[in-house]
Design a protein around this ligand. Sequence first.
Ligand code: G3P
Ligand code: MG
Length: 249
Amino acid sequence: MSQQSKRRWPYPEVVAHRGGGTLAPENTIAGFREGVRHGYRAAECDVKLSADNVCFLLHDDTVDRTCNGKGLAAGMFMAELSRLDAGAWKGAAFAGEALPTLANVAAYCLAQGMSLNLEIKPCPRREEETGRLVAQEAAKLWAGAAVPPLLSSFEIDALRAAKAAEPALPRAFLCEEIPADWRAILEELDCVALHCDHKTLTEPLARAIKAAGYQLLCYTVNDAADARRLLDWGVDSLCTDRLDLLPAR
Ligand code: G3P
Ligand code: MG
């Protein structure tokens, strides 16, 4: 069993997906505010690097879907990204909402006592440096915090780099479908947890992962019956878009 997996799991049973789920523009401070309003004590968000290596929140490779601009995020400096409106696409009430830096998010969440799952979501071909820089920045921003941010990624190279840079920060291997060699991956990356798409999880697999000493988080659980079933299987945390449907706990 890995060293990290023996640690406690300080993350709540429900985690708001992309900040505030679908109730606010994703990966914005308005989203985190929505989480706080619903009593949520944890959120997941997607972190990548600007062209000048600032860690900031965005899900896609481009700004097109969620901002009033166009282009690849990897080619844009943070000053340029900061001028974009990342809220108006979700409704006039959110107009003027900015793309937050990781530092903005840390300040807000630490002040609110909200814990975070930082999904390292590198721009293409920036996997290693994104893993390293997000881990280093997170370690600085959360230094001395009661609950460290949980770093997860679909990208094994990003998690490897995060582990090399800041081995003490907890890590989770994120996958859509759990691969046959999950034990070897979790062991190599010294992860505390496995995060997977709830649609691909089976009860025997959930029980095997728990029996191996790892924590289990499922995304994106937007149905109360699914939530109950997964918790019955031993899943530790559920990442959801529906803060209005799954009560904070
Ligand atoms: O971290 C869980 C989930 O956020 C992964 O999928 O595409 O919403 O980032 P995605
Ligand atoms: Mg994500």
